[in-house]
Design a protein around this ligand. Structure first.
Ligand SMILES: [Fe+2]
Length: 270
């Protein structure tokens, strides 16, 4: 029987890789130290497969076509596409059999996700991968949720998608790790890019670590808007939460890192 051997969520701000040194020593030690801890947790879990829950920043989709969800059924992925990211471009194997079953299960469960055999990787997957599995030796499945252009799937809907993912994991025979990437508060590229919202971030993480993390699903969309449009990416955390069936998390680090223009956190589900 398959097993969810680890679930975690973390920020993927491009500055983490592209201009690491702009953060203070303390900020770097906090976030990168927590990422190193997560790398060890992941290694100890001995997964066969990594499922990345990550948005797409107009690399594969744009305003002319934007699915609510897209499942990568790639045989292999290439990336990152960003030459300035300071992460070496290369190939990562996909897991089309798992991805196809997820697609079929989603369709049987009231979802109609898009699918693609040609998703190209970008910082949303490669920044976390570079920190927690730099060997790139495991096959991956990229599950994309629209966090770029309203209207977007609700947090509740994302949680339900995570439940579908869990059903597929439980019904197969791999050891699977799930990584939600995105957020927390930020407004990349905007005039207010350096105005983070640590109050939101801390409230969000406190709920995630609480006895009732599903209370996150009641956060109004307007509150995400106020924390900055990059905060829309907490949808990926909601999918990871759904995959755990609502388990509380343990936050390994958090800091509003202005140099990386993002409230940066690493959390692992208990
Ligand atoms: Fe992002």
């Amino acid at each position: 029987m398959g097993e969810l051997v680890m679930a975690a969520a973390m920020s993927h701000a491009p500055g983490i890789a592209a201009f690491t040194e702009r953060a203070t020593e303390e900020e770097r030690a906090g976030f990168l130290g927590a990422a190193a801890e997560l790398r060890q947790v992941l290694a100890d879990a001995k997964p066969d497969l990594l499922v990345f829950l990550a948005p797409d920043h107009f690399t594969n989709f744009f305003v002319d076509k934007m699915p609510a969800f897209c499942i990568g059924v790639n045989e292999a992925y290439q990336g990152p596409v960003e030459k300035w990211l300071r992460i070496e471009k290369g190939k990562v194997n996909g897991a089309p059999d798992f991805a196809t079953q997820l697609l079929e299960e989603a369709m049987d469960s009231g979802f109609d996700p898009a699918f693609s055999r040609g998703l190209q990787l970008e910082h949303s997957v490669m920044v976390p991968m570079n920190l927690i599995r730099p060997e790139r030796d495991l096959p991956i499945v990229w599950v994309m949720a629209n966090c770029q252009i309203p209207p977007m799937p609700s947090l509740k809907r994302c949680y339900q998608f995570g439940e579908v993912l869990r059903k597929v994991i439980d019904g197969r025979n791999e050891r699977v790790a799930v990584i939600g990437t995105g957020g927390l508060s930020h407004s990349p590229g905007a005039a207010e890019a350096y105005d983070l919202d640590p109050e939101f971030d801390q409230e969000f993480l406190a709920l995630l670590d609480s006895d009732n993390p599903k209370a996150i699903l009641d956060i109004p969309a307007s509150r995400l808007d106020r924390a900055g449009f990059g905060t829309w990416e907490v949808r990926l955390w909601a999918i990871a939460l759904g995959a755990t069936k609502g388990r509380p998390a343990r936050t390994l680090s958090y800091a509003p890192i202005k140099a990386w223009q993002t409230g940066c956190a690493v959390s692992v589900f208990r």
